[in-house]
Design a protein around this ligand. Structure first.
Ligand SMILES: [Zn+2]
Length: 158
């Protein structure tokens, strides 16, 4: 396997997270309530990509989008519920899911690898669906000029 394929592998930081660590996180941040929340909850569209996991926690009519990144020294997280004082139960629930139901996580690296086998027309159709789902994604093929930093402009003006 070449070095450039490494991003398709699950990082060792993410791989080494264990249930005991999550239980401590649960106790410290949500008084241990996240275990029940995880057991009774529903998580959809769970993905893993190198050192990052994401998923949607469904709660009645609400959906919370969670993203967690495991770096060498820390786990950082982001949840659409907007809770800022520590870690919310949605984040802890996704971590419980990671250590218990890892097989349910779609590896984005594997999906990307499968793109190599698709022909151009299929790729265009996939891209079209991505834009339909979120038109903001057009920035990946049509960068807005304002996105460029001044440093870049200066560099190209020289
Ligand atoms: Zn949350």
């Amino acid at each position: 396997m070449s070095i450039k394929d490494n991003k398709y592998l699950i990082s060792k930081e993410l791989d080494s997270i264990n249930e005991r660590e999550i239980a401590i996180l649960d106790q410290e941040n949500t008084d241990g309530s996240s275990w029940d929340y995880y057991c009774n909850g529903q998580i959809i569209q769970a993905t893993v990509y190198n050192n990052r996991i994401s998923g949607i926690i469904k709660e009645l009519a609400d959906e919370f989008h969670v993203e967690i990144t495991a770096d060498e020294n820390e786990i950082s997280s982001n949840c659409s519920c907007g809770f800022k004082e520590g870690v919310c139960n949605h984040v802890v629930a996704l971590l419980y899911s990671w250590v218990n139901d890892r097989e349910d996580f779609v590896n984005i690296g594997t999906l990307v690898r499968r793109l190599h086998d698709k022909d151009k027309q299929e790729l265009i159709e996939i891209t079209e669906r991505i834009f339909e789902n979120n038109p903001g994604n057009v920035r990946f093929i049509n960068p807005v000029e304002n996105d460029e930093t001044e440093i870049d402009n200066d560099f190209f003006d020289v």
